[in-house]
Ligand binder design. Structure first.
Ligand code: 4GX
Length: 257
């Protein structure tokens, strides 16, 4: 997969390309990535990329000409690329959108600074607008990194041993189960016995319950919109019965008192 980032701060990406899964994906030719300086496409002597807003007011706007030249030049090389502008006005990024983006051969990620980019750029040269969340950054660069990071780990073979099924539906909709490593006793707190039992079926069941319990306690909103599979339904029904037993007992005590 090809990623080209258009930015006035390409150096921000130097260390980003050089670590972890991103670095490995590049080394294994699963992705080709670069950050291109929009300033290089400015025609004037001082290579200016911003200007004052029509209508007045504070702040600056990214000039359309350098940005248009940068997008057109990149599109010449990456003919099938989808051009994405990072902006708070975009579709909010999530795992589902990450799966959509990994299906493209190439992405051009346009990073705005200042108050934004000239509206005519958005209209004529941008295929999609994406936001990484409802907060205001000082530029699109961190948003581009977030998107590249989440999409890269979905590339075939990017996670080494972790297979596609692992990255897929289950982990998309629920929180992960709890994780433990050695020592088995850390400051008096022990790793759950079942995980040390070697009983693979019991471990799998424990993990499914752990994931459901964590989601229920920490992100109940994720369960509100999710269609449960039969196993998850069964676990919830079991908990429901346990809670009912507790409530029945408490009610009977109240009556007795
Ligand atoms: N998710 N920002 C972009 C400047 C800007 C404004 C409008 C284009 C159009 C952000 C976010 C984000 C701040 C990056 C404003 N560029 N980007 N920048 N949240 O807050 O993606």
């Amino acid at each position: 997969m090809y990623f080209t980032v258009l930015t006035i701060f390409p150096e921000m990406f130097d260390s980003f390309w050089k670590h972890g899964i991103i670095r490995r994906a590049i080394e294994h030719n699963q992705m080709v990535a670069s950050a291109v300086n929009i300033r290089d496409y400015a025609e004037d002597r001082h290579q200016v990329t911003d200007d004052r807003p029509y209508g007045g007011g504070s702040g600056m706007v990214m000039k359309p000409e350098p940005l248009a030249a940068a997008i057109r030049d990149t599109t010449k090389t990456l003919k099938t690329a989808r051009t994405v502008l990072l902006t708070p006005q975009g579709r909010v990024f999530n795992q589902k959108l990450a799966w959509e983006l990994v299906s493209y051969e190439a992405l051009i990620l346009v990073c705005g600074r200042y108050e934004g980019v000239d509206e005519r750029i958005c209209h004529d040269l941008i295929d999609d607008e994406i936001s990484i969340g409802d907060y205001v950054l000082t530029g699109g660069e961190l948003a581009a990194m977030v998107i590249i990071d989440a999409v890269t780990r979905l590339l075939p073979g990017a996670l080494g041993g972790k297979d596609a099924a692992d990255k897929d539906s289950f982990s998309d909709e629920l929180l992960e189960h709890a994780h433990y490593t050695r020592p088995s006793d850390f400051e008096g707190r022990e790793v759950p016995k079942v995980l040390r039992s070697g009983h693979h079926q019991a471990i799998e069941t424990w993990r499914i319950e752990s994931a459901l319990m964590r989601t229920l306690l920490k992100r109940p909103d994720l369960l509100q919109k999710k269609k449960l599979n039969p196993q998850q339904w069964e676990i919830f029904t079991k908990w429901h019965r346990e809670i009912e037993k507790i409530l029945d007992f408490q009610k009977s005590k109240k009556k007795g008192a």
